[in-house]
Ligand binder design. Structure first.
Ligand SMILES: Cc1cc2nc3c(=O)[nH]c(=O)nc-3n(C[C@H](O)[C@H](O)[C@H](O)COP(=O)(O)OP(=O)(O)OC[C@H]3O[C@@H](n4cnc5c(N)ncnc54)[C@H](O)[C@@H]3O)c2cc1C
Length: 435
């Protein structure tokens, strides 16, 4: 973390999910003036699990120790000591036998949280006056020059407006800020695309899961692979609940691109996974009768050509919405927050005129890595379903692909990312001074 410097600018963060909230916390502890505007009535996450890899944990610690401690308080690891370093046991989900095809181990193992529990912990780190609710951003007016007279104007659906020297869109997969940012140069990137996968998500009581599939499969993270579908499970809520996500690939289009979730029934899930083995079927039978099915959209086909324009930028899913098959979308949100916060807090950044260079350095530091994740996640999701090119149902090849790609995600130095980005920023500011 850098030492606090007086800043002659104010940042607006749009959206209070994992990206916006971790960024707001990071800026608060670096004494960078920032206000978060969230469309909902309060901070809220859906009742489902999210797991993190080592890069995300590094980013949490880098942002503020409290962000990592919040994660530690909410985190659940695999139930068996012998599986503490296991990310997932991979099984043939169509088989009735209970035997791993292979196991992926990482230093961290599986580290999952109940989203709402983690959010509750994170919120404690941000003073209440740093966030405004019921503020759905509709438009941003961009003045010609920075400075007091040149503040950006944020227009909200409730008719109100606010000003700021920079806007960071953390407004998720359907980001309004991304639409405004790319509309002129790259309109196709304004909206995410359907990956032709959807997912049933459920949390079931651990005792019921143990009774249905046995202690080993219920208490430890598993990936049940199959043709055109896969089911992942990991424990959350201190081992009291099992998080289940059942993905299915389809030829059909998603009917309503504005609504990425629709109601479904347990029978729909069971029908989709007919022909799968005993473990998968028993787990799906435990889910609620009334379920939701979530469309998996991403930005792989039309990625934004830039993450910033002037003093407006995008972060988190707004910039790089990804399918969840690497379990790293949220982790990359936290990486974005670490880099952006360090750049904004850098002692060379003092006035609104410095902010475009901040966002240029952020874009250079983040875009390639994040866009790789989005593409790779699609590939790895297909490999779990034995349909990835060059891999098929060859378990040794699937295992190799996972290990290589997990290493790109997790074996990194997040503090180093931040240092490099700041060094780049300083060069950009120097060249700005010369010109
Ligand atoms: C099925 C599934 C499983 C996943 N599992 C994992 C996992 O295990 N590990 C992992 O790392 N990632 C996972 N992910 C990805 C992860 O959930 C996302 O990457 C992450 O939650 C995105 O956070 P965000 O803050 O960018 O966006 P969001 O969480 O979508 O937050 C955006 C916020 O902006 C607000 N907002 C939207 N529009 C506006 C507006 N116009 N004005 C003001 N506010 C606005 C919204 O209300 C919301 O609060 C998964 C995703 C899915 C779909």
């Amino acid at each position: 973390m850098t030492s606090p410097q007086p800043k002659d600018f104010k940042v607006a963060i749009v959206g209070g999910g994992i990206a916006g909230l971790t960024l707001a916390i990071a800026l608060h502890y670096r004494q960078v003036p920032a206000i978060l505007y969230e469309s909902a009535a309060g901070f809220a996450e859906i009742g489902a699990g999210v797991s993190f890899t080592t890069n995300a944990l590094q980013a949490m610690k880098h942002i503020h120790p409290g962000v990592f401690e919040a994660f530690e308080r909410a985190c659940t690891v695999n139930g068996w000591d012998s599986k503490r370093d296991v990310w997932f046991d991979y099984l043939d989900g169509t088989a009735d036998h209970d035997r791993e095809a292979f196991t992926i181990r990482t230093g961290l193992g599986q580290a999952g949280v109940h989203r709402a529990h983690y959010l509750d912990e994170l919120v404690k780190l941000l003073p209440a006056d740093k966030a405004r609710f019921g503020k759905r951003l509709e438009d941003i007016e961009v003045p010609a020059t920075p400075g007091d007279a040149g503040r950006l104007v944020l227009r909200f659906r409730d008719g109100s407006s606010e000003t700021a020297d920079a806007v960071i869109g953390c407004d998720g997969i359907k980001s309004r800020v991304r639409q405004l940012l790319v509309a002129d140069d790259n309109p196709a990137a304004a909206h995410p695309g359907y990956t032709h996968k959807y997912a049933y998500r459920g949390l079931v009581p651990m005792a019921a899961a143990v009774a249905a599939v046995g202690d080993e499969r219920a208490r430890n993270a598993c990936m049940h692979m199959g043709p055109g579908g896969h089911v992942l499970t990991f424990p959350v809520s201190g081992g009291e609940q099992l998080n289940i996500v059942a993905f299915r690939t389809t030829e059909d289009d998603w009917p309503d691109r504005e609504r990425l979730a629709r109601p479904a029934r347990r029978e729909d899930a069971l029908r989709d996974f007919a022909g799968y083995g005993r473990i998968v079927t028993s787990l799906l039978r435990l889910t609620s009768e009334e379920l939701s099915v979530w469309a998996i959209f991403d930005t792989a086909d039309n990625p934004p050509h830039t993450y910033y324009k002037g003093r407006v930028c995008i972060a988190g899913d707004a910039a790089h919405a990804t399918s969840p098959h690497h379990g790293s979308g949220a982790g990359f949100c936290v990486e974005d927050s670490a880099v952006l916060a360090d750049l904004l807090a850098d002692e060379h950044v003092r006035t609104p005129a410095d902010l475009e260079a901040v966002f240029a350095a952020y874009d250079a530091a983040r875009r390639e890595r994040a866009q790789w994740l989005v593409r790779s996640s699609r590939f790895i999701g297909d490999s779990y379903e034995w349909r990835a090119e060059g891999v098929g149902k060859d378990f040794a090849k699937i295992e190799k692909e996972i290990n290589e790609r997990l290493s790109i995600i997790g074996d990194v130095d997040v503090a180093g990312f931040c240092r490099d980005a700041r060094a780049d920023l300083v060069k950009r500011l120097e060249s700005q001074l010369k010109n």
